[in-house]
Design a protein around this ligand. Structure first.
Ligand code: F6P
Length: 325
């Protein structure tokens, strides 16, 4: 196996709070263990365009508390093509980069997997996404901060919901996953969550109304996972039509969910995962995502990590239903 002297690091896909803490951890743990660290800017685009510079420990000073990513990020269309990946590989060769650490979500780790297979390059992934939709890790970098952000927003919306006796449908991110909606609903004491994983689909609204929520409460908040067809607007329109006696409003939280200073939980997670990535390289691991399961650092093959079937526990659905009576 080729000796690894120089490691490239990039952030890719949607930014997530805690990505900077991960960049810091990889850089410092890498340098402490004798590696050179190359910061690659704008995700895979930077690898294709040779937007790369060597990092010192000072380059990552004073960033652990900052949201976003100092490396910038992008969703690269070029990297989806064989020509783009060839350019990326050529630049790695030119720069003497022997291994890659990719911080990102499903799409980014899928890209790393393909690249690793095509060019026999050691790639290590760190789960960086607010959506928490990667398998093999209890949490992803950014998820905890975003949960807290949503909870604070819902606390505020609650004031208006209570004062005006309204039903609010609050739409949150998550792409195809309901972790953010389900758990922020529990944290904010919301009346219901409508998530893609609950196979009752559109009838989740009926379940909520059917529980007679309005009999015991004069206002309600329902968290709704984003969806092109069945987002918060869809449910609000249905209620307006089917139950005209209710005063209904929609609030779509949007990108404010992705910003802000990372929580302690995300900073610690990102720091442990970043150090774990350097250890993994030292141990000769390749093509794995570093995760934390039951408080232990684990190596998850890319193929498992990116399977889009991470389940939302039934217990969480039951907890919310029970506590929202
Ligand atoms: O994957 C993170 C995420 O924030 C999703 O929750 C959301 O669907 C998507 O990215 C939004 O992407 P963009 O910032 O490109 O609109």
């Amino acid at each position: 196996m080729r000796k690894i002297n120089c490691i490239g690091i990039l952030t890719s896909g949607g930014d997530a709070p805690g990505m900077n803490a991960a960049v810091r951890a990889v850089t410092r743990a890498g340098i402490a263990n004798g590696f050179r660290i190359m910061g690659i800017f704008r995700g895979y685009e930077g690898l294709i365009n040779d937007d790369i510079r060597e990092f010192s420990t000072e380059d990552v000073s004073n960033i652990i508390q900052r949201g976003g990513t100092i490396l910038k990020t992008a969703r690269s269309k070029d990297f989806e093509t064989p020509e783009g990946r060839q350019k990326a590989y050529d630049n790695m060769q030119k720069r003497g980069i022997d291994a890659l650490i990719v911080i990102g979500g499903n799409g980014s780790l899928t890209g790393a997997r393909i690249f690793a297979q095509e060019f026999d390059v050691p790639c290590i992934g760190l789960p960086g996404t607010i959506d928490n939709d990667l398998n093999g890790t209890d949490s992803t970098i950014g998820y905890d901060t975003t949960l807290n952000t949503i909870m604070e927003c819902v606390d505020k919306i609650r004031d208006t919901a209570t004062s005006h006796e309204r039903i609010f449908f609050v739409e949150v991110m998550g792409r195809d996953a309901g972790f953010l909606a389900q758990n922020s609903a529990i944290a904010a004491g919301a009346e219901a969550a409508i998530i893609p994983e609950d196979s009752t689909g559109a009838d989740q609204l009926e379940k909520f109304i059917g529980r007679g929520i309005r009999k015991s409460k004069s206002s309600s908040i329902v968290l709704v996972s984003e969806s092109p067809k069945c987002g918060a607007m869809y449910y609000a329109e249905r209620v307006k039509k089917e139950y005209p006696e209710y005063d209904v409003r929609v609030s779509i939280l949007g990108h404010l969910q992705r910003g802000g200073s990372p929580s302690a939980g995300d900073r610690i997670l990102a720091s442990r995962l970043g150090v774990g990535a350097i250890h993994a390289i030292q141990e000769g691991q390749r093509n794995v995502m570093i995760g934390i399961k039951n408080d232990e650092v684990v190596y998850v093959p890319f193929s498992n990590a990116i399977k889009s079937d991470k389940p939302v526990k039934k217990e969480l659905i039951d907890v919310l239903a029970l506590l929202s009576i």
